[in-house]
Write a protein that binds this ligand. Structure first.
Ligand code: OAD
Length: 239
């Protein structure tokens, strides 16, 4: 990596912009990050159990504690200026977030590689639908399948589970064909999302990380823009 900087290069230099986003872009909508001093796993280390496939079905209640209502809370807060900025510049968005905010901001083709907290999946049958359609039977606080009555879980990708093949293929295609790749508000610690920046770099794109915490995001990156994604992206979209 070369030097850090405060601003992104002018948009006019690029024909195809791809943004890989993570939890940091949604902090301004009231959602938390996972890692770092304010991250969920630091504040409540026990909830990490919600994120591992090996504990299903024993962790389904915990999964609902973490993701139940997140989609609605995010939609109530609304997309942040950074979500809107990426939509306004026509960036192709690949997100690790499950809050739906890119779609609401107008990035209707945003690729949600870690699934969606707005959807649920049955543990038994093939039902997969809007989480709000999963009924809570009287006296049972856990959402149940509207088709077979079994427990349902949030349709998010857990550690130990595969990503949707079509979503991952679309993400890889986008990274390999852009000329500017932005990693926004992500620690880059989770594969295969973390492999997209090296893929973009190898294909010839300019690769930039945006994060308020100054550091070396890794050899795939040409630069880091050190700052709040809200300021950096909103200024860039207006320039
Ligand atoms: P992390 O919590 O690992 O990283 C969040 C990043 O956002 C950190 O680098 C923060 O410094 C940065 N950040 C915080 N505020 C910011 C702001 N205002 N502007 C820009 N950046 C900011 O979150 P992710 O990288 O998204 O997986 O985590 C990846 C995956 O790990 C998640 O999708 C989740 C988790 O396991 C699943 O749920 C499947």
């Amino acid at each position: 990596m070369s030097t850090a900087g405060e601003r992104l290069p002018p948009r006019a230099q690029f024909d195809r912009i791809v943004a890989l986003t993570g939890a940091g872009i949604s902090v301004a909508a009231g959602l938390g990050t996972f890692r770092g001093p304010d991250g969920l796993w630091t504040i409540a280390p026990d909830v990490e159990r919600a994120m591992h496939a090996q504990y299903v079905p024993g962790n389904v209640d915990l999964m609902w504690q973490v993701w139940g209502g997140m989609h609605e809370r995010a939609q109530e807060a609304g997309p942040t200026p950074a979500h809107r900025a990426l939509a306004a510049v026509g960036a192709e968005v690949i997100t690790q977030n499950v809050d739906g905010l890119h779609h609401t901001a107008g990035s209707v083709d945003a690729i949600e590689i870690h699934g969606s907290a707005g959807r649920a999946r049955c543990l038994l049958c093939t039902w997969d639908g809007p989480a709000v359609e999963a009924a809570r039977a009287s006296g049972d606080p856990r959402p149940r399948c509207p088709r077979c009555g079994e427990l349902v879980r949030p349709a998010v990708v857990l550690f130990g589970e595969s990503l949707d093949e079509a979503a991952l293929a679309a993400a890889r295609r986008a990274a390999a064909t852009c000329d500017l790749f932005l990693a926004v508000g992500t620690s880059g610690r989770v594969a295969p999302a973390s492999w997209l920046a090296p893929l973009a770099r190898a294909a010839g794109a300019m690769v930039i990380n945006i994060d308020p915490v100054s550091g070396d995001p890794g050899p795939a990156f040409h630069r880091q823009v050190t700052g709040d994604a809200q300021r950096v992206l909103a200024e860039w979209a207006e320039s």
